[in-house]
Design a protein around this ligand. Structure first.
Ligand SMILES: NC(=O)C1=CN([C@@H]2O[C@H](COP(=O)(O)OP(=O)(O)OC[C@H]3O[C@@H](n4cnc5c(N)ncnc54)[C@H](O)[C@@H]3O)[C@@H](O)[C@H]2O)C=CC1
Ligand SMILES: O=C(O)[C@@H]1CCC=N1
Length: 280
């Protein structure tokens, strides 16, 4: 299957790279993708050399050539980044935003035109076609725009559609989610070293344990607590280990972590909204 749309990325950071990496492995030819950023030429060179996509220092030019514009800049650069391309945007183009916390209404306000926007929350596993992406439609986006966004994000993983107000929760859960797992792996690696396992042996064991557990969660109909109990022999090692996690209130920590991340997403949206209001 081929796709002939030209896609321009505004922002060339980790999330843009994960999407570019996944997209160029599937439906998109590198020459269909244009990447631009604020000022970091070395970063653009790296992206060009690695993925053979087009890079463009002139953001307005990159925007004018696009059928789809993907907003992927850092939170602090969102207002300046969007206003700097607003003039060049045409309402027949589709805007896809992966910006955490920022509402489609705020983006419409910053652009100052009735543009169709699909808000997306992917995660960095897009790089290997394994993102969990949620999509929501802005006021001027219709089913055709949704279909285009679905096609794009399906090239980098699984896609689900949610009401826009759910995106703060999605961001906290699956947008940031990979980092929580990596953080746990960091701790498992440290523990393995402290109890005397060779690093490479530990790495392989941890990896396969996580893959196996994820596959079990996917293929078995059992609740995670049932799967956990199946590992936990009475009076055995798991019971002793989990007791320590309970003493440290592990589940409470994870729940608070996800709630705080969701709140942070809302804060990011609010602070940008305030900025937009004060500059009106
Ligand atoms: N990293 C992740 O796992 C995810 C990130 N996101 C969102 O993606 C966005 C980018 O995050 P990261 O890639 O992690 O950040 P990052 O710091 O890795 O990348 C930001 C990029 O934007 C560029 N940039 C800054 N100002 C610009 C401007 N005015 N015009 C054009 N380009 C500009 C920078 O040069 C840099 O290449 C954020 O808004 C974040 O909420 C969304 C989902 C997951
Ligand atoms: O940390 C962040 O703000 C972004 C959004 C989801 C993952 N990374």
């Amino acid at each position: 299957m081929t796709n002939t749309k030209t896609i321009t990325f505004i922002g060339a950071g980790s999330m843009a790279e994960a999407l570019i990496s996944g997209m160029t492995k599937t439906l998109y030819k590198p020459e269909q993708i244009i990447v631009t950023n604020r000022s970091n030429k070395e970063r653009l060179e790296y992206i060009q050399n690695t993925y053979h996509v087009r890079v463009e220092a002139d953001k307005e030019k990159a925007v004018k050539e696009a059928d789809i514009i993907i907003l992927a800049m850092k939170p602090k650069d969102v207002a300046e980044g969007i206003t700097s391309i607003a003039q060049a945007i045409d309402k027949h183009q589709l805007i896809i935003s992966v910006l955490a916390g920022v509402s489609t209404e705020t983006i419409i306000s910053l652009i100052g035109k009735n543009v169709p926007i699909v808000r997306a929350m992917p995660n960095t596993s897009a790089a290997i076609g394994q993102s969990a992406t949620a999509l929501a439609l802005g006021r001027y986006a219709n089913d055709k725009h949704l279909a285009i966004a679905k096609e794009l994000f399906r090239t980098v993983g699984a896609v689900t559609v949610v009401p826009e107000e759910d995106l703060h929760a999605v961001t906290a859960l699956s947008g940031s989610g990979p980092a929580y797992i990596y953080y746990m792996v960091e701790a498992m690696e440290k523990a393995a070293e402290e109890i005397g396992l060779e690093q490479s042996v530990a790495k392989d064991l941890i990896l396969q344990t996580i893959i196996g557990a994820a596959e079990m969660l996917k293929s078995s109909k059992k609740h995670p607590s049932v799967l956990r109990k199946e590992v936990t022999s009475p009076g055995g090692t798991t019971e002793a280990g989990i007791k320590v996690l309970e003493d440290y209130r592990y589940q409470e920590a994870v729940i608070s972590c996800i709630k705080r991340a969701a709140k942070r997403s809302a804060e990011l949206g609010q602070s940008l909204l305030q900025l937009v209001k004060t500059h009106r």
